[in-house]
Write a protein that binds this ligand. Structure first.
Ligand code: GDP
Length: 434
């Protein structure tokens, strides 16, 4: 999916436009307890086009001076987007800060579409001519508060979408990414993996965007490590801000089959780890939890078990994810990582036979009858797997009102007991049979 970023100095209406374009859809980041909703990134669509959109204004870059912040937000757009919407304010005309943004955007080869916001009625259209001086061609008049002009703007944006998404790989290639806050050792882990014996690193594919994926092969299985560019060219100030790491993580998660949630074993679990892990779960990807820097931990025979319990308590929603304790530095247990990724990927795309599935469920229901509510009993007629990645099951019932979360959870657990779904979330959907 192409990515569109909105840039512009403060107060031009970036988040209003962002929300207009995203519409009523729920943010990809659902309400998971303990996970804050980050409305700076969302999927969106316009006519036949699906895309992702970023509000760079939501990325606040520490204590940097005002102009530095604006420049860095523009750089984020250049790094992350396929098409950039440069937003200005028609009520205030061209300002020095707009010119600063323009200067950064001149450096990119990526398409920039200039929009002039707050043109709330046709009489104000004359106000847009000044904006030609910014040097990005025809300015598009829009009104975020009235929802005017967005169609024309998005038509123009969509014209610049790349024909083919550079991120398409064969079905049997396992795509995975490493997410985690800065300094947990993601780059070191990538290097450790690629340094393993019998790993053949292919030529790094140059893609239209700056994202660089790393394809490689081990024991006949092809893999792609998604989005390692951000790990390689470090050093930009905004890369240490939380919202930017989240943005990077979200983009990588979306293109992956398996997500490695990396935790720093030396420092332990902090709130930010929980946020990041929440995104992986919510996106329906397979998950492996990696505790890195285990070499630096002072331990006795109980340490690992205690750490594991801590992880389980903090990441309740990831109860299906296996945990591996390793060290990128000493390479200890690095060789266990790929087999875990393989297994998680297999679970993620596992299809079970309908008759076996229904036998399992019938047996479970016989042993633990469905609950009644107001004198009415839930009846399960039939279960069928409707999708993989993640495995998704539809349960046909007499009344979806009676199909509560706890019983869905019970069904999920019976399915997990009967089949090998380690490492993957499972979705259970109740449907009423006509
Ligand atoms: P990233 O920001 O997540 O990509 O983290 P880096 O890979 O850049 O690692 C951050 C720091 O942690 C560096 O100083 C690494 O040398 C160190 N580091 C990474 N892995 C390990 C490990 O397994 N053990 C120890 N002791 N240090 C590590």
């Amino acid at each position: 999916k192409p990515t569109v970023a909105i840039v512009g100095r403060p107060n031009v209406g970036k988040s209003t436009i962002f929300n207009r374009i995203v519409g009523e859809r729920i943010s990809i980041v659902e309400d998971i307890p303990g996970v804050t909703r980050d409305r700076i990134y969302s999927s969106a669509d316009w006519l036949t086009h699906d895309f992702n959109i970023i509000d760079t204004g939501g990325i606040d870059i520490g204590d940097e001076p005002f102009l530095t912040q604006i420049r860095q937000q523009a750089e984020v757009a250049i790094d992350e987007a396929d098409v950039i919407i440069f937003l200005t304010n028609g009520r205030e005309g061209v300002t020095a800060a707009d010119e600063e943004v323009a200067k950064i955007l001149y450096k990119t080869k990526k398409p920039v579409v200039l929009a002039v916001n707050k043109i709330d009625n046709p009489d104000m259209r004359a106000d847009i001519y000044d904006f030609y001086t910014l040097g990005f061609g025809e300015p598009f008049p829009i009104s975020g508060s009235h929802g005017l002009g967005l169609g024309d703007l998005l038509d123009e944006v969509a014209k610049h979408f790349p024909e083919h998404d550079a991120g398409d790989y064969d079905e049997d290639v396992i795509k995975f990414c490493l997410i985690g806050r800065p300094n947990v050792g993601k780059s070191s882990l990538v290097n450790a993996l690629l340094g393993e014996e019998r790993v053949i690193v292919s030529n790094v594919a140059g893609t239209t965007r700056d994202a660089v994926d790393t394809p490689y092969t081990k024991d006949g299985q092809e893999y792609v490590i998604i989005d390692t560019a951000g790990m390689r060219k470090k050093g930009k100030v905004y890369e240490t801000t939380e919202k930017y790491s989240v943005l990077r993580a979200l983009r990588a998660i979306e293109r992956s089959d398996v997500v490695l949630v990396v935790i720093d074993g030396e420092e332990g679990i902090i709130e930010q780890d929980k946020h990041i892990a929440g995104y992986a779960h919510e996106a329906g990807r397979a998950v492996v939890i990696v505790v890195n820097k285990w070499d630096a931990v002072e331990k006795d025979e109980k340490t690992m078990k205690e750490f594991e319990e801590k992880i389980r308590a903090h990441f309740l929603f990831l109860d299906y994810a296996p945990i591996v304790f390793l060290s990128a530095k000493t390479k200890k247990r690095i060789h266990t990582l790929l087999p875990m990724i393989n297994a998680a990927s297999e679970s993620h795309s596992l299809r079970v036979q309908t008759n076996v599935l229904n036998d399992v469920i019938a047996d479970a229901v016989a042993r633990n009858p469905a609950p009644t509510h107001n004198g009415k009993r839930l009846k399960l007629y039939y279960v069928t797997q409707v999708a993989v990645k993640p495995p998704t099951f539809v349960v046909f019932v007499n009344d979806t009102e009676l199909f509560h979360f706890s019983y869905a959870r019970f069904i999920e657990n019976r399915i997990r007991d009967a089949f090998e779904f380690t490492g993957t979330p499972i979705k259970i959907i109740g449907r009423e049979r006509d």
